[in-house]
Design a protein around this ligand. Structure first.
Ligand code: HEM
Length: 391
């Protein structure tokens, strides 16, 4: 019988064979030990995203769900979610994000130029973490002096050991990051700027159903600061590294991208589909739901398994193959529906520019397998070290 526990190392190392078994033999899977259901087929995952009334986010979006206690955007349900999303949504529209391209390109060049002729470097440490961290820090107004600390604490928030049910260090790291960012919020009160946090400070959200509006308090703003700082760099860092591995395994496609950069946008979608940095989205049922003849009772944890949905052969032909020419009508790697990734346009821009600048300087590279290291989290999948030899 298939066992799906995302905290088990062998599953985290390569979840795709287990996902296939789930889709074929247990599309509504129940894990008794951790008490959660898992939906693994594309159509079921998509339907879950499109029905936030039935699949609530308010109990957290991970299996352990510890983030539910904090006022993050991602754990809000309608109607509250609508108002909070509206405030930040206008900063991250494709149009506004497109204006950032020259800045992103300049940062990418600054990070990569020192390694031209150097023979090699670590993609994660030197590039894929730093690029999105620099960009989101500029948008949020995080001073250079604390950016490294923000990254180290974010890593600790995401990390899980195999027991996972008591992520004590993650709790502690949230507290430390809150302390650090709350200080910046207080500074912003006396000295507002044109950053996203100052914008949230100035904006009002609906307080209750009779239409009363309110401003967010410092504590609430600090949590939203944590959310943007964390989500704004940890995931892009993983996507770029996963893509570097894909193009090492498929050198013909890498050569095509070197010759023709207009193929990059679709290549980025394929990177998102092939090895999604966010492997599942947690939900909580608000009523009994019947799927494929199985009833999931109300008040149960359900995970929408993104990584499986994007490998569902019912939706994608030869899903294990990486193919930059694959026609991708839609995928769920950035979520779907009301919680569709707020930073989707930014993530796409950063990844496209990252590969444009990387392949321009290093059209040929090899991964040094002995140095590759994986991070282990709850739903985030990716590498913490990826040395390449650039010749
Ligand atoms: C490749 C990079 C990224 C991936 C794979 C990714 C993935 C996702 C996914 C799957 C969701 C939906 C979560 C759910 O339905 O429960 C989401 C939501 C979110 N993402 Fe991203 N993300 C990325 C980059 C970013 C960036 C750069 C930002 C910074 C602005 C960001 C901020 C957010 C926020 C705030 C939410 C919550 C949105 C809401 O609840 O309305 N993400 N992301």
């Amino acid at each position: 019988m298939v066992v799906y526990n995302p905290f088990h190392r062998e599953i985290a190392d390569n979840p795709y064979p287990i996902y296939r078994q789930l889709r074929d033999t247990a599309p509504v899977y129940y894990n008794e030990e951790l008490d959660f259901y898992a939906l693994s087929r594309f159509e079921d995952v998509l339907a879950g995203h499109l029905d936030p009334q039935t699949y609530s986010s308010a109990h957290g979006v991970t299996i352990e769900g510890f983030e539910r206690a904090n006022p993050f955007l991602i754990v809000k349900d309608l109607p509250e979610h609508f108002w909070h999303r509206k405030v930040v949504g206008r900063v991250f529209t494709p149009g506004r994000v497109a204006d950032l391209e020259p800045f992103v390109r300049q940062k990418a060049a600054e990070l990569l130029d020192p390694f031209v002729g150097a023979g090699g470097f670590d993609v994660v440490e030197q590039f894929s973490i730093r690029l999105p961290l620099e960009v989101i820090s500029e948008l949020l107004g995080i001073p250079e002096s604390v950016r490294h600390d923000v990254h180290v604490l974010s890593d600790r928030i995401g990390a899980r050991d195999e027991s996972a049910s008591t992520p004590e260090d993650a709790y502690a790291a949230v507290g430390e990051l809150h302390g650090l960012l709350a200080g910046l919020v207080r500074e912003r009160r006396t000295n507002p700027g044109d950053d996203v946090i100052s914008l949230m400070m100035r904006s009002e959200v609906q307080a209750d159903e009779d239409g009363t509006m309110r401003h967010m308090g410092d504590d609430e703003l600090a949590f939203r600061f944590i959310e943007l700082a964390f989500a704004g760099h940890e995931t892009v860092a993983k996507l770029v590294a996963n893509g570097v591995v894909a193009l090492f395994w498929y050198p013909d496609q890498r050569a095509e991208l070197v010759a023709d950069r207009t193929l990059l946008p679709n290549a980025v979608e394929e990177m998102l589909r092939w090895d999604p940095p966010s492997q599942y989205q947690g939900r909580w049922t608000t009523r009994d739901v019947e799927i494929h003849g199985t009833t999931i009772p109300a008040d149960r944890r359900v995970v929408l398994v993104t990584g499986s949905a994007t490998h569902d052969e019912r939706q994608f032909a030869d899903p294990e193959l990486f193919d930059i020419h694959r026609p991708i009508e839609r995928h769920v790697s950035l979520g779907f529906g009301i919680h569709l990734c707020l930073g989707a346009a930014l993530a796409r821009l950063e990844t496209r520019v990252a590969f444009d600048e990387l392949l321009r300087r290093f059209p040929e590279y090899e991964v040094a397998p002995s140095g590759v290291q994986r991070t282990y989290g709850s739903n985030v999948r990716g590498l913490s070290a990826l040395p390449i030899v650039t010749g």
